[in-house]
Design a protein around this ligand. Structure first.
Ligand code: PEP
Ligand code: MN
Length: 337
């Protein structure tokens, strides 16, 4: 059950509601969407609770939700969520572009790429300082030194910083430097990590687990929202299927589907889905055409020498050319006939 309050719900009304829930023996999770208190009571046996709550002042609606995800759904919030940090804005028609290397390699590499992705139209810089690598022998990232470089790149370019954290302790550290904390595909169902992200008050970019159903993907986002952090950006980055010629499979249909299920903004990462730079633009065009709210793209000024994911990285020139076409597609799709 979801309880949605009016926008001007004051502290004493809030305490009265919470006291009633506690005294009636119910557990609840709450968050705030645009000034409204939104409270989830997971217990299915809510008996007379609904009648009691209806009598309180400031209650707008009480909804019985059939889906397991509650705060992600339009029952909890009917308007699209927009996430905005520095010049980066995503959701409800705002097409936010995040570009940058797979990993931060050096200050020069990062700042050179940052300047070029900014020029091409990106408003956020990506780059891993903590890298989830399949091999323990592969480059694991510059860690805090990498975060410091990213912060310098923000100071130089004004780009918002998006970078990954893989553990609870990394989340707090990454949040000291970054504007958006990324949770990668391999951690998409790391529930303790998601709970930690829920405690934070920094936007979280949550990648879809490569074996997650859309419902599982939304349940992972629900963990973050249930902790009180209402700033979640979903990222479709491709799933694992029986297909082996591409690194992952980009399920274009997940975009319009998710758009009917959730108010959260949804970006697409065509780079990890394609695995090869030559296919990245086609997947990005598809993403723009099916209604994605933005893109997360790997860009490197010298892909052959990249320490990680060079094979799928676009050059800044290719990135700029791709973005121009994406913007045209977005305009065409958004055009009212
Ligand atoms: C990344 O963005 O560099 C990354 C590791 O992505 P994913 O978690 O989608 O594989
Ligand atoms: Mn990568």
């Amino acid at each position: 059950m979801i309880i949605v309050t009016v926008k001007k719900f004051n502290e004493s009304q809030k305490q009265t509601l919470f006291k009633l829930l506690v005294e009636s023996g119910y557990k609840y999770q709450d968050t705030n969407f645009d000034g409204r208190q939104v409270v989830v009571v997971p217990d299915l046996n809510t008996g007379k609770l609904k009648d009691k709550i209806t009598k309180l002042s400031g209650i707008e609606k009480i909804v019985e939700v059939k889906e397991p995800y509650q705060l992600c759904s339009f029952n909890a919030k009917s308007s699209a969520t927009v996430i905005s940090v520095c010049d980066f804005k995503v959701g409800d028609g705002a097409f936010g572009v995040i570009g940058g290397p797979c990993t931060v390699e050096s200050e020069k590499q990062t700042i050179d790429i940052a300047i070029q992705v900014r020029k091409a139209g990106a408003t956020a810089l990506r780059g891993g300082a903590f890298k989830p690598r399949t091999s323990p022998y592969a480059f694991q990232g510059l860690k805090e030194a990498g975060l410091k470089i990213l912060a310098k790149a923000r100071a130089e370019t004004g780009l918002a910083i998006v970078t990954e954290a893989m553990s609870c302790s990394e989340v707090s550290l990454v949040a000291e430097y970054a504007d958006v904390v990324q949770v990668g595909t391999r951690n998409a169902q790391n529930y303790r990590l998601l709970e930690k992200c829920g405690e934070m008050r920094v936007p979280i970019l949550l990648k879809r687990g490569f074996s997650c159903t859309l419902e599982e993907f939304l349940m992972s986002a629900e963990y973050i929202l249930a902790g009180g952090n209402n700033q979640v950006i979903l990222c479709e980055r491709g799933i694992r299927t029986f297909e082996t010629y591409q690194r992952y499979t980009f399920p274009a249909g997940s975009i319009p589907m998710l758009k009917t299920l959730t108010h959260l903004p949804l970006v697409v990462d065509p780079s990890h889905a394609a695995g090869r730079a030559e296919f990245v633009p086609a997947l990005a065009f598809a993403a723009a055409a099916v209604g994605a709210d933005g893109l997360l793209v790997e860009v490197h000024n010298n892909p052959e020498s990249a320490l990680c994911d060079g094979r799928q990285s676009l050059t800044p020139k290719e990135f700029a050319c791709m973005l121009k076409k994406c913007k045209k597609i977005v305009n065409l799709v958004n055009k009212k006939d």
